[in-house]
Ligand binder design. Structure first.
Ligand code: CA
Length: 220
């Protein structure tokens, strides 16, 4: 899953980016308000982690502008401002959740997962498609109840496909969700991951829709 982190504090930013990468997310990090604006205009993100006190353009301004323009992306505000009035203001401005610094990275991970579940319209944490199950919190995949070991990228790719079973994802979309800024994409990387997933899960679990992309069918 590709996330946009907007944070000007180098220590906090680096810590959050590292933590979320360990969770298997692709994290682009914008260090001021203008960079964030640009990133969101050009990138494909599933969630934004937003600091409020930022150079060039504040988090409140960014958030208000996005919501005015109808950007429905989940926004998790991370900030040092911890008065009740500030929190209420942030939520009213369109934030989906709020985390006050300093926070625990495990809590951040859990909140990111909860927001993604809500975005995908799921109440339960584990995604199941036929005999396949994927647990985003535990990073675990099982087939017929037996666990299957996947690499980080294979897991992210399968996660993206299983979130919308029966709906093909184009190679471009898959690349966008797997790779962040400055990450070089090898031309056949997606095919390699698909090949490896098919080998581990059975060829029928991931279908190639010619000219469209790849999907996990409801029934293999
Ligand atoms: Ca700040």
């Amino acid at each position: 899953m590709r996330l946009l982190l907007v944070e000007d504090d180098p220590m906090i930013g680096a810590g959050v980016q590292r933590g979320l990468r360990q969770d298997g997310h692709t994290v682009d990090w914008a260090r001021d308000g203008e960079a964030a604006e640009l990133a969101l205009a050009n990138g494909v993100y599933e969630l934004v982690l937003l600091d409020l006190g930022l150079p060039k353009k504040s988090g409140e301004e960014l958030l208000a502008g996005w919501r005015r323009r109808g950007v429905a992306l989940p926004v998790l505000v991370i900030t040092a401002r911890d008065s009740v009035a500030d929190r209420v203001k942030g939520l009213d401005a369109g934030a989906d959740d709020y985390l006050v610094k300093p926070f625990d990275l495990d809590e951040l991970s859990a909140r990111v997962r909860a927001l993604m579940r809500r975005k995908d319209g799921r109440a339960v944490p584990v995604i199941e498609v036929g005999a396949l199950s994927l647990d985003p919190a535990a990073h675990a995949v099982a087939l017929d109840g037996r666990s299957v070991a996947l690499s980080k990228r294979e897991f992210s790719l399968l996660h993206a496909l299983m979130k919308q079973p029966g709906v093909p994802l184009s190679r471009e979309k898959i690349e966008e969700s797997l790779y962040g800024w400055n990450e070089e994409i090898e031309s056949n990387a997606v095919e390699v991951y698909i090949h490896s997933l098919r080998r581990k899960l059975g060829a029928g679990r991931i279908r190639n829709v010619r000219g469209v992309g790849y999907m996990v069918p409801h029934e293999p």
